[in-house]
Design a protein around this ligand. Structure first.
Ligand code: FES
Length: 68
């Protein structure tokens, strides 16, 4: 099932690993936490991979403190 943005264009399914930052996921996907519960649905989200976020599993920008 395709996901459309506000302009009615298809949002491609893409996973991007940012240097010294999060994994950014766009498209039509489902993210499940460690207890099997579906987390909120968005067309784009950033997953923390530095371990410093106070909003796990999502990136809150804390990686920028150590990335310099
Ligand atoms: S990757 Fe951004 S807070 Fe961890």
């Amino acid at each position: 099932m395709e996901l459309l943005n506000k302009e009615g264009e298809e949002v491609p399914n893409v996973v991007t690993i940012r240097p010294n930052g999060p994994v950014v996921i766009t498209g039509n996907f489902t993210i499940i936490d460690e207890e099997g519960k579906e987390l909120e649905k968005r067309e784009r989200l950033s997953v923390c991979r530095c371990g410093l976020s106070k909003n796990m599993p999502f990136c809150d920008g804390a990686h920028k403190v150590v990335a310099r």
